[in-house]
Design a protein around this ligand. Sequence first.
Ligand code: ARG
Length: 402
Amino acid sequence: MAREKVVLAYSGGLDTSVCITWLIEQKDLDVIAVVGDVGQKRQSLEFIQQKALDSGAIEAVVVDMVEEYAAEYLSKALAANALYENKYPLLSALSRPVIVKHLVRIAEERGAAYIAHGCTGKGNDQVRFEVGVRSLNPDILQIAPVREWDLTTRDSEIEWAEARNIPVPVSKASPYSIDDNIWGRAIECGVLEDPWTEPPSDVYELTVDPEAAPDTPTYLTLAFEAGQPVAIDGVKMSFLEILTALNKVAGANGCGRIDMVENRLVGVKSREVYECPGALTLIKAHKDLEDMVLERDVLRYKAKIEQDWAVYVYEGKWFSPLKEALDAFIATTQAVVTGEVRLKFYKGALTVAGRKSPYSLYDFELATYGEEDSFDRDSAKGFIDIYGLYLSTWARQQRKLK
Ligand code: ARG
């Protein structure tokens, strides 16, 4: 009888290579390794593919997910100004669902009963993978080898791998755990586990040290149409091209670093360092334009929705009815988010230097304190009398009681 199949989310690193052999040895399964390209820094895809096969996979599939990731995931995150706990642009949380979608598709196409991932038993990503798979196909069974096995130290893992001829990287492994894609880079572990220790400069790859950044500011103008970025300095570009360009410009000016203590879904606080130059630039510019074009109540209500959106996505509920409903609400707000934002990058500081829009609700004649002022001051008195009436009533009562 043919063996059952498992589709494994494969990165090419030691952990997931060991997963392949472990799934064959311990679970007696045929392994289909799936590499999702979401724009992460990596060795050549051919190399990773070959490595999966050398580790024992019966098939190694590479899926280019970058365009889809930008169009279906990042564009929604931008519309939602998504920052978990007001700081983290969710780069790992956003990439998991697109990977999950393809794991499920491939499992269904190949008739695989199982899906497996290489996440540890302590983080958010295991939840995102497994809840994501359930939300798309609850009949697929799941295996988390790293959570199950007893290869607790890296040395025992290397020993295990060498005994089975799994290629082990020759270079000394990075002391950090890194996850990256086009939305940014997450760095954990090593000295960063002490929240008092300033991140050493070797954790950063996308951003220069602000102190070493150019002494003159860089300006650029970002154009949006219906909430999405469409051009830099008048040159039309795709979302991906804009993101790539902003990653470079902001990174070169030392902008985009985040150092935070964050609440993991599993109840643990963790110290996280991120660098998301392009993502933070896009969100900042988008939010600033919204401040000018969205009607006041919509703007305030949307801000609450954004908080919820970020929490749901962080907690692995990308494929869920509430998340879809929130997306629908957010989408209705974006039609007027068209205009231009002028950005200034300078030694780690990203500021908005100007904004304009055909949908601007900023009315100069209402706002000005100069000659052209058209605001009706006489109406202000009556407005304040009524507006503050209940507080006057309350204050009188309080004074009577004293
Ligand atoms: N704390 C972030 C999150 O949960 C980043 C996780 C990064 N993952 C990793 N394997 N280093 O979204």
